[in-house]
Design a protein. Structure first.
Length: 302
């Protein structure tokens, strides 16, 4: 059999042991304890769980068959003495449990900030890794995809998004952002009833002007995009090119609104997101204000 070359995203057990500064035999024993491999005669063989975690065989012209692992396997080895990985599933399997297509499931995971699009497919985010998401690359073609522990089926935030999708309603702010219910009250009070040119329903005339300006400027944008963070926070607008968030601040004389504003600003600063803040005076002069502010984040108009 012709020997296949490894890619930067896959490692032999020996190479993985070297990267982790561990002994190869000890690492094989760890994989065995985790149920990823099993010893048969003088050879280590993959189990079904090992294949689920991305292990597969390759052939070496001199040494014969050996096991290769994705780099993401190192995630479950950080505390392998006490960690027993549960079964991991693909996005397709996850979606089937809720009668969702893979694209619909990926859209939900992306909106939750658990994955993001890259040139080869889908990439797990740091927040996704916290929920057990593991990055994989297909042996043929190198397409990137993510597997998830089965427990994600019971994740409240994921279930909330699934429920919203199935009922075709907008997901509301929950009280996880703050210990008070002021934010929920604000969103219930100011519902999105104004229809922008691109079809977005927004909450105020100022947001209508901003949305229409972005649309006529041919800037791809989202309205009320969830930030890719654990906190339940939504931006007013998001521009994918440059990864820029836009917040319009009004009602400066409302104490509840000001409290909501401070909470959101703390989140933006905490994660060092690109943020443009607009006020009433800016909305009256968007043609001068927004191009200048967007250029600061590398977003220019054609």
């Amino acid at each position: 059999m012709r020997e296949k070359s490894s890619t930067p995203n896959e490692l032999s057990t020996a190479a993985l042991a070297k990267a982790l500064k561990r002994n190869s035999n000890d690492l094989f024993q760890t994989f065995s304890d985790l149920g990823l491999v099993v010893r048969k005669e003088n050879l280590w063989e993959l189990t079904d769980k090992g294949r689920q975690y991305g292990g597969f065989y390759k052939q070496h012209s001199k040494y014969g068959q050996y096991i290769v692992w994705p780099q993401s396997i190192s995630t479950i080895l950080c505390n392998s003495n006490s960690y027993n990985p549960e079964r991991v599933i693909t996005t397709t399997e996850l979606g089937k449990a809720f009668k969702l297509s893979p694209s619909q499931t990926n859209a939900i995971l992306s909106e939750l900030g658990l994955i993001e699009k890259d040139k080869q497919g889908w990439k797990v985010t740091s927040l996704g890794e916290k929920l057990g998401g593991l990055q994989f690359h297909a042996p043929k073609g190198g397409a990137s995809y993510v597997r998830w522990p089965e427990s994600i089926k019971n994740n409240k935030r994921f279930l909330g998004k699934v429920d919203n999708h199935q009922n075709n309603v907008k997901f509301k702010f929950s009280n996880t952002l703050t210990e008070t219910e002021e934010i929920v009250e604000f969103r219930d009070k100011f519902r999105p009833i104004l229809r922008a040119t691109d079809g977005h329903y927004v909450r105020s005339r100022a947001e209508l002007l901003i949305d229409n300006w972005l649309y006529t400027s041919e800037l791809v944008h989202a309205y009320e995009k969830k930030l890719p963070v654990e906190e339940e926070v939504y931006s007013d607008f998001f521009i994918p090119s440059g990864k820029v968030y836009i917040e319009y601040w009004g009602f400066d004389d409302d104490p509840k609104y000001l409290a909501r504003k401070e909470i959101k600003l703390d989140i933006y600063h905490k994660y060092n997101f690109h943020l443009i803040q607009l006020f009433d005076k800016d909305v009256q002069n968007l043609d001068d204000t927004l191009p200048r502010l967007l250029r600061g984040f590398g977003v220019t108009l054609d």
